[in-house]
Ligand binder design. Structure first.
Ligand code: DGL
Length: 277
């Protein structure tokens, strides 16, 4: 089978979505990826839905201009406020977000039907995770917490520091010690998987931790197969990655390494400009 050699476009507000790219590359080693981080306008998590929608349209348009066969909205905030808009606008390619796969995994994991979701302010405010969970489990008890400070801590690479532990205690300690504690925690932000160790220390070993990067990679693999868009075994042997950023390739490469889990050569990051759609 010849397969479809076109790349998959992955979009995020910045470098955090590289956690999603990392999971995609691990699951789909024969695919090629173009990753765009909108570093000039990061963070999205504190911006209005209208602003994030306009940014997401521009970013995905650039990826389509580079001939991608599928769009993955790795940013939880952008997925939360713009997935349907993007699916409507770009009907010629499948557009996959991170919210639905995360919600599905949370519902599959819970035994006591209590699910906590942590994310940026923007993601929580729109209620997209709560809606997606309720669709699958109408009687679920959902606790949503914006954990904005985690974003900065992750970008600093403070994955194990006392400050991060203190923030985790502040956000999650009392909730997970209460008698009606959730048994499942959805990490609803690109940045949070790198803080999973500290979060685990705070919430204890019995709580199921749902990493939406992992669950999204599975959803992408399924969508590729469903649409007959797989590259075909042996197409490239190893996933090829191309990086675009809207500002500061040096910072993208330095901070991005925390999320991708491997070095990024700053010279390999191309600076791009986004045009209004
Ligand atoms: N990528 C964002 C998200 O997953 C986190 C960083 C930001 O606020 O832009 O929600």
């Amino acid at each position: 089978m010849p397969g479809d050699p076109r790349p998959i476009g992955v979009f995020d507000s910045g470098m955090g979505g590289l956690t999603v790219l990392k999971a995609l590359v691990a699951r789909l080693p024969h695919e090629r990826f173009i990753y765009l981080g909108d570093t000039a306008r990061l963070p999205y998590g504190t911006k209005s839905a209208e602003t994030v929608q306009a940014y997401a349209l521009q970013a995905t348009r650039l990826l389509l201009d580079h001939g991608v066969k599928m769009l993955v909205i790795a940013c939880n905030t952008a997925s939360a406020v713009s997935l349907y808009l993007l699916q409507e606008a770009w009907q010629k390619v499948p557009v996959i977000g991170v919210i639905e796969p995360g919600a599905r995994a949370g519902v599959a994991a819970t035994r006591n039907r209590r699910i906590a979701v942590i994310a940026t302010e923007g993601t929580i405010k729109g209620g997209a995770y709560a809606r997606a969970i309720r669709k699958l489990m109408s009687d679920a008890e959902i606790v949503q917490r914006p954990c904005q400070v985690f974003v900065a801590l992750a970008e600093e690479g403070w994955t194990q520091s006392p400050a991060t532990l203190a923030a985790a205690e502040h956000y999650l300690g009392p909730l997970f010690r209460s008698p009606s504690a959730p048994d499942t925690l959805v990490l609803g932000c690109t940045h949070f998987p790198v803080l999973a160790g500290v979060i685990r220390e705070t919430i204890g070993g019995a709580v199921a931790l749902v990493d939406s990067a992992e669950t999204t990679s599975l959803a992408v693999a399924e969508a590729l197969a469903r649409a007959g868009l797989e590259s075909g075994a042996g197409a490239s042997g190893e996933a090829a990655m191309r990086f675009f950023a809207t500002d500061s390739p040096e910072r993208f490469a330095r901070v991005g390494a925390i999320f991708l889990g491997r070095e990024i050569d700053p010279a390999s990051v191309e600076l791009v400009d986004l045009r209004p759609v």
